[in-house]
Each structure stands twice: as structure tokens, then as C-alpha cells.
Ligand binder design. Structure first.
Ligand code: PGA
Length: 247
């Protein structure tokens, strides 16, 4: 039985004071028994949020990292820096990083590998645009994204990766995928993992759905057989996140 994993992606929201305020609002209401709960906060909030979640089972996550250990990469953050702050998860290849910051499947692959090397769990994002969905190439596209992201990753490491299927047309639009649409692609993602690593790995890997998840839609989505939780943007910045987690 796979344990659900629900992660909040705060994106570029909340300064370090606001972050503590939000965590304090959320932490008493969140049920961390049923699911693994992660908050992926801006880099500058990591320190204060790590303090604020002490004594809870909420896990700390980052939204990005560089694939090099250190060096002349102005403005970037190294995996060891995250590790030092208690970061357990890192979002890799979010569609906003791919679209606005030029992250390719190759870069995503390097980052997934590097996160694993540092024992940080990558939350690998894949998903199609509206145009790609209308062209009926969602499945092929997502299969390629998954295969490329996992290139060169061992079977043991593959088990640790969390995959987030996030249709880009559903992100921040309020247009949540239907549970059938989400399930179809999540099942396909599991199939690709099985083809590459075997059914035993596919049975372990957790696959989230992301895209306009709210407290009202969480239950039906997370109860689908191949959906093991969610990556939640907008709703993770509000008390609604409690409802999502306690779905
Ligand atoms: P959303 O964002 O829940 O606001 O649609 C999800 C995401 O981008 O991870």
C-alpha cells in the first residue's frame, strides 16, 4: 500500500515572516498520519519554516536546485545547501521552470540525479499543454518526459522518486482535470515506470496529480487507484490546504 503524499508548492509567495504565519495556521489542523505532507517554500523561507515545523511531521521542501555541487553559478542554490537546512524534498522540472527558465529534459535529468545523490527526494513534474492535449499527444509526451528524466537512474533510486503529473492547462487556471483524465495519465506514468524498471518499482513509486486541486476536488482525485496524492499550488497558501491534506 503506497502512502499518499501531498505537497504544497508555494511558488513565489510569502516572505519569511508571512511563511511562519501561514505554517502556524496550518500546522495544528493538518493530519500527518494519513499522508506524507510537504511544504515547498521559497528558498529564503526555508530557515524560518524549518524552525516553525519542528515537532510536527510536516516535511520541508524546496522548489528548485542546481545540479552542480558549488561554484560560479550566480543566483543558484546547491543541493548541499538545501540538505543543511533540513530539506527532504525538491520539486524538479515544474512546468513554470521549463517554460520560463528554459529547463530541458536533460537539465531535469541532471537535477533528479543530483537530488538523489544528496538523499533529497525529487518531486519530478511532467505534463502537457492544452495544445498538446488537443493534438492527442499527451500520453506520448508524458512517456518521453518520464523516460528522459529517469535516464541513468538505478532501480533502487527510482523507487524513491515522486512523480507529479501536472497538466499545464490545469495549473493556476481553476480548471481541474477530471478524476478520469488524471487517472488515465497517472496510470500511464506507472506503466512507463514498469516498462523501464519492472512492476515491483512501479508499485512503489508515488504519482501525484497537480493542477487546481482544492479542498473540494482532493477527495475524488486522491481516491483514484493510480493517484497517490497531489502537488498543490494556490490552495496550499490558504487554510484550504488543511482540507486538501485531510481529504
Ligand atoms: P495550482 O498549481 O494548484 O495553483 O494549479 C499547481 C502547481 O503548479 O504545482
Amino acid at each position: 500500500m503506497r502512502k499518499k503524499i501531498i505537497a504544497g508548492n508555494w511558488k513565489m509567495n510569502k516572505n519569511h515572516n508571512e511563511a511562519v504565519e501561514l505554517i502556524n495556521t496550518l500546522k495544528s489542523g493538518i493530519d500527518t498520519d494519513k499522508s506524507d505532507v510537504v511544504v515547498c517554500v521559497p528558498f529564503v523561507d526555508l530557515m524560518s519554516v524549518s524552525e516553525a515545523i519542528k515537532g510536527t511531521n510536516i516535511n520541508l521542501g524546496a522548489q528548485n536546485m542546481h545540479f552542480e555541487e558549488s561554484g560560479a553559478y550566480t543566483g543558484e542554490i546547491a543541493p548541499s545547501m538545501l540538505k543543511e537546512l533540513g530539506v527532504k524534498y525538491v520539486i524538479i522540472g515544474h512546468s513554470e521552470r521549463r517554460a520560463y527558465f528554459g529547463e530541458t529534459d536533460e537539465i531535469v535529468n541532471k537535477k533528479v540525479k543530483k537530488a538523489l545523490e544528496h538523499n533529497i527526494v525529487p518531486i519530478l513534474c511532467v505534463g502537457e499543454t492544452l495544445e498538446e492535449r488537443e493534438l492527442n499527444i499527451t500520453i506520448e509526451l508524458v512517456r518521453v518526459q518520464v523516460k528522459k528524466a529517469f535516464a541513468g537512474i538505478s532501480k533502487e533510486d527510482a523507487k524513491k522518486v515522486v512523480i507529479a503529473y501536472e497538466p499545464i492547462w490545469a495549473i493556476g487556471t481553476g480548471k481541474v482535470a477530471t478524476k478520469e483524465q488524471a487517472e488515465e495519465v497517472c496510470a500511464e506514468v506507472r506503466k512507463v515506470v514498469a516498462e523501464v524498471y519492472g512492476q515491483d518499482v512501479a508499485d512503489i513509486v508515488r504519482i501525484q496529480y497537480g493542477g487546481s486541486v482544492t479542498g473540494d476536488s482532493a477527495n475524488e482525485l486522491f481516491n483514484m487507484p493510480n493517484i497517490d496524492g497531489g502537488l498543490v499550488g494556490g490552495a496550499s497558501l490558504k487554510e484550504d490546504f488543511i482540507k486538501v491534506v485531510n481529504y
